[in-house]
Ligand binder design. Structure first.
Ligand code: ADP
Ligand code: GLC
Length: 466
């Protein structure tokens, strides 16, 4: 089987969040299952693209409305990622030092059109095209409707929804940017009066997956306006839990962390990482260390962080370290906390530091209001760090509370009271050193590698065979 993933992000080439981790890991595991899995993404201007060798394998000119744009398809020269990586180079639009911006409609349409123009030239067409989120949401519409792509019509398409909050809306007056199609079918692009790439992909893709089973059920009740559509299309929808890349996220071999460790020397190994963090960030290493890593946005509960941390630091004897960036208001709300002795924050994005934090922390906080899957909690389990989570979406599917014979701390809803209460329960758990250590050792063995879920995707693709 020959599969093409189309995505805006892919680790380690360009990463904003978990989509990159999925697009950089799933294809690797799929290749191991014997599927020929390839990835195509935009060619951005970043450290990875500047320092890697790419071969130009195709050149053409695409039409975007009234514009003609030259583009190249570049192939990563080595196979270091564990799958073939192709990039669409549209210099004017895509070769930027960012992934997302204000002109994403034009940028990602150019990316999608160039990709399909290139696929048109294949002798062996992909058996399945797998798209991710709204940035690649118009692929399934164009394949099924645009005259130009008539010969691709029979290729099954799968959409994975990583996050339904963002849908890529744009006004109907930009419809001329999409390669010509029978206008009677313009309704396939529309949702609530706008062109909605995510809604269109839900309508036009052969199968729709979400990144956890619980998130699929939640979306049927609340999906930023798409709940009716998801209910109507539920026969082709399924939730498949993300996995994590055990080769990258492995405390035994992780090159980023201060001290590698296995389950056997977990306690001393984690301690060395914690000591480094506490020394670097001026925190007391004798207190339980709670951390947060992620985007500082409403979905992640970041608007409540200042209240939560203030109260938790007052009520409980803990240290808190945060790594993240996002909405300026949320970033600014953390500044007064920096004067407190037991709090520190690194505002920004730092891949290496994130690994050390997963390794050195005692607890990882994830008070997300929405969490389609969440990878952080699975990374933290792998590194023996106890997750403290709001039980929704993928968090509900991966973390079981210690009260129910599980291994983590769950709260039901995101309010300052509920989160600080969970922190205080976690602190009590930490006091019982023996139980706590046993639990940390146990959680490193929970298998969330991609092996199982890659198999589930394979079964899904096979069901599409004509
Ligand atoms: P989302 O994609 O919604 O942001 P996920 O839990 O799926 O959430 O994935 C987030 C990924 O991004 C994880 O790999 C996490 O470690 C990483 N990450 C988020 N913020 C940062 C940051 N500031 N620095 C380093 N890594 C980060
Ligand atoms: C999205 C979701 C996150 C998920 C990630 C990878 O960014 O917000 O929950 O883990 O995609 O699927």
């Amino acid at each position: 089987m020959n599969l093409l993933h189309i995505t805006a992000e892919c680790y380690p080439v360009a990463k904003v969040g978990g989509l990159a981790d999925v697009a950089g890991a799933l294809p690797k595991y799929q290749n191991e299952l014997g599927i020929q899995s390839r990835v195509i993404m935009p060619f951005y201007n970043n450290t990875f693209t500047q320092n890697s060798e790419f071969e130009k394998i195709y050149h053409s000119r695409l039409t975007l409305g009234n514009n003609q744009l030259d583009f190249n398809i570049l192939k990563l020269a080595d196979n270091s990622l564990g799958f073939d990586l192709f990039c669409v180079d549209v210099p004017e639009l895509l070769y930027k030092d960012y992934v997302y911006s204000f002109d994403d409609t034009e940028r990602f349409l150019a990316f999608q059109i160039a990709t399909l123009d290139w696929v048109l030239t294949f002798e062996d067409k992909p058996d399945v095209i797998h798209t991710h989120d709204h940035h690649t949401g118009l692929i399934s519409f164009m394949i099924s409707q645009s005259f130009k792509y008539e010969t691709l019509k029979n290729i099954p398409t799968v959409l994975t929804i990583h996050n339904a909050q963002y849908q890529g809306w744009f006004p109907h007056n930009k419809v001329y940017l999409i390669p010509q199609f029978n206008f009677d079918n313009v309704g396939l692009l529309d949702w609530d009066g706008s062109i909605n790439p995510l809604a269109s992909a839900i309508k036009c893709s052969w199968k729709v997956t979400t990144v956890s089973p619980s998130y699929m059920e939640e979306l049927k009740l609340k999906a930023n306006g798409l709940e009716h559509l998801l209910n109507a299309e539920s026969a082709k929808c399924v939730g498949i839990l993300n996995g994590i890349d055990w080769k990258v996220w492995n405390p035994e071999t992780d090159n980023f962390i201060i001290k590698n460790y296995t389950t056997k020397n977990l306690i001393s190994g984690k301690k060395e990482n914690k000591d480094w963090l506490c020394k670097t960030y001026n925190l007391d290493n004798t207190k339980p260390l709670f951390v947060f890593i992620g985007r500082l946005v409403h979905e992640k509960g970041a608007d409540l962080f200042s209240d939560i941390f203030n109260i938790a630091l007052e009520k409980t004897d803990i240290s808190i370290l945060l790594l993240g960036s996002g909405e300026k208001e949320n970033e600014n709300s953390l500044k007064p906390l920096l004067d407190l002795p037991n709090f520190n924050a690194h505002i920004g994005y730092d891949e290496k530091l994130s690994h050390i934090i997963y390794a050195g922390a005692d607890f990882l906080l994830m008070p997300s209001r929405v969490e389609p899957c969440g990878l952080n909690q699975m990374y933290s389990l792998r590194y023996g760090t106890v997750p403290v989570v709001n039980a929704i979406g993928g968090l509900k599917d991966t973390v079981i509370d210690i009260k129910e014979n599980g291994f983590g701390i769950c709260h039901d809803g995101v309010t300052t009271e509920k989160v600080t209460e969970a922190i205080s329960r976690a602190t009590d758990f930490y006091q019982n050193k023996e139980e706590f250590s046993k639990n940390s050792e146990k959680i490193t063995k929970i298998d969330h590698s991609w092996n199982n879920s890659a198999q589930e995707y394979l079964t899904l693709y096979k069901s599409l065979k004509q």
